[in-house]
Design a protein around this ligand. Structure first.
Ligand code: CMC
Length: 431
């Protein structure tokens, strides 16, 4: 628990209240208002939590002004260029980079949990074929609590660990099954001789009639996409996972809640929405029309893949993603991909426009990811499921951190009531 080192004073109706000031390792100081209601009989009002820290966390740090993202202290650029997704999972879960033996053990544990309960295949078959894969994933991940009873006890550290490994291992299998089901192809079982990203590509694109060889360019690109999405501190879906978990709900139910929250277009759903927008724009000459629409508040249109609650300079993930898009499309021999050209020109025009400059709106992680995923052969409906399977490690690390806290409390915000004052019931005959 962070100790307060000084205090601020709130004066209200002539009375003064001392608010301890806590200093984090990095980031702005935090006013501790936990006793405010008990002592001063007032709440604070902060819809959207723009100024509220809801927990202590040692996992991820973002400096939005500097465009910096650190996982357990390590910059995302270094991890994306030098690490790999499973090593990063270890780092997020346990706090340190693994040594060679620890990494081997972790990879082996994840790899041996990649299959899902055979009965789950029937569960998939209950969905309509044209269901969005995110709809299927919300249902199937929630249903994991009906299949894995031996890892539901949140008070048992070992069971929490097993649930974590199961989810990291099985989410790619579930996402790939959701995809296969939507295109009417047979499910492809995981192949444990392949890497984590390679196996995911195999489960998505292999068919029984042909041999499938994982393209190493795509395998590396997939691994990087997973790393860039692995965690992002207290965003909407992570806060949803924490809030669901704060009631003591089982980990599978909590991650299903996170997936549901991620789906929205303001959050993880933006990658699908962004690619659809780029397709709609289609050619560079139509960009000014869309820029004008984004600036017109009455249009209800926003540039998807642009803007972020925390980043006010640039999103470091977008920078790496853009480099990756260039590299992957170049290696695939499609560097002149028209969507990449539209995206780059859109970014250039937006970043020289006063509206976007003054509001500090920059491309976010979702701006370039869809271009790479499309080049790999994924339909847009799979973009957000790929975000979800990559973010699972972040959700589960944050959930484990919360459950391990000694004084963990159920999350329960207050409100500023604006409804009717107390009034008497009137019988229907007299209304
Ligand atoms: N296009 C046009 N105007 C925008 C955009 C945009 N993409 N984003 C924000 N604005 C404007 C907004 O209209 C507002 O203007 P004003 O101050 O005049 O009312 C101002 O910028 C601040 O926006 P906000 O909605 O108050 O900011 P927020 O921090 O609540 O929202 C956001 C952040 C990411 C939801 C928002 O920027 C957005 O909707 N972006 C498009 C969707 C998107 O790309 N989401 C992915 C986010 S990153 C990955 C993830 O979290 O999953």
């Amino acid at each position: 628990m962070t100790e307060a080192n000084r205090s601020a004073t709130l004066t209200l109706d002539g009375k003064s209240y001392s608010l301890p000031v806590m200093s984090p390792v990095l980031g702005p100081d935090v006013l501790d208002i936990r006793k405010l209601y008990a002592e001063a009989d007032v709440f604070t009002f902060d819809p959207g939590f723009t100024s509220t820290a809801a927990c202590e966390s040692a996992i991820t740090f973002i400096d939005g002004d500097a465009g910096e993202l650190l996982h357990r202290g390590y910059p995302i650029e270094q991890l994306a260029n030098q690490s790999n997704f499973l090593e990063m999972c270890f780092l997020l879960l346990y706090g340190e980079l693994p040594n060679a033996a620890q990494l081997e053990d972790f990879v082996s544990r994840v790899t041996r949990h990649t299959m899902v309960h055979e009965q789950m295949h029937n569960f998939f078959r209950g969905f309509r074929r044209d269901a969005h894969p995110m709809a299927t994933m919300v249902g199937v991940v929630g249903a994991m609590s009906a299949f894995y009873h031996d890892s539901l006890d949140i008070n048992d550290e070992w069971q929490r660990e097993v649930a974590a490994i199961r989810m990291i291992a099985k989410l790619p299998t579930i996402a790939a099954m959701a995809y296969k089901y939507s295109v009417g192809q047979p499910f492809v079982y995981p192949k444990n001789s392949l890497s984590y990203p390679g196996n995911f590509l195999h489960m998505c694109f292999a068919v029984p009639a042909e041999d499938f060889v994982v393209n190493p360019i795509l395998e590396k690109a997939m691994d990087r996409i997973m790393m860039l999405h692995a965690d992002h501190e207290q965003n909407a879906s992570t806060s949803t996972v924490r809030l669901a978990g704060s009631s003591g709900a089982n980990p599978f139910a909590c991650i299903a809640a996170g997936i549901a929250c991620l789906w929205g277009p303001a959050h993880g759903g933006a990658n699908q929405a962004c690619l659809e927008m780029l397709r709609e724009i289609g050619t560079v000459d139509r960009i000014p029309e869309y820029i004008a629409k984004a600036k017109d508040k009455t249009s209800g249109f926003r540039l998807m893949g642009f803007g972020h609650r925390v980043y006010k300079n640039f999103d470091p993930r977008a920078k790496v993603m853009k480099e990756s898009a260039d590299e992957v499309l170049g290696l695939l021999g499609i560097a002149n991909n028209p969507l990449l050209q539209v995206a780059k020109e859109l970014e250039r025009i937006a970043l020289s426009d006063d509206y976007f400059i003054s509001k500090k709106l920059y491309p976010n992680v979702d701006f370039y990811s869809g271009i790479i995923l499309e080049a790999m052969g994924f339909p847009t409906s799979m973009f957000t499921p790929i975000f979800a399977l990559s973010r699972t490690v972040g959700w589960i690390s944050q959930w484990k951190e919360m459950i391990a806290e000694k004084n963990q409390k159920i999350g329960r915000p207050r409100q500023l009531y604006i409804g009717e004052p107390k009034r008497d019931y009137v019988d229907v005959r007299h209304r």
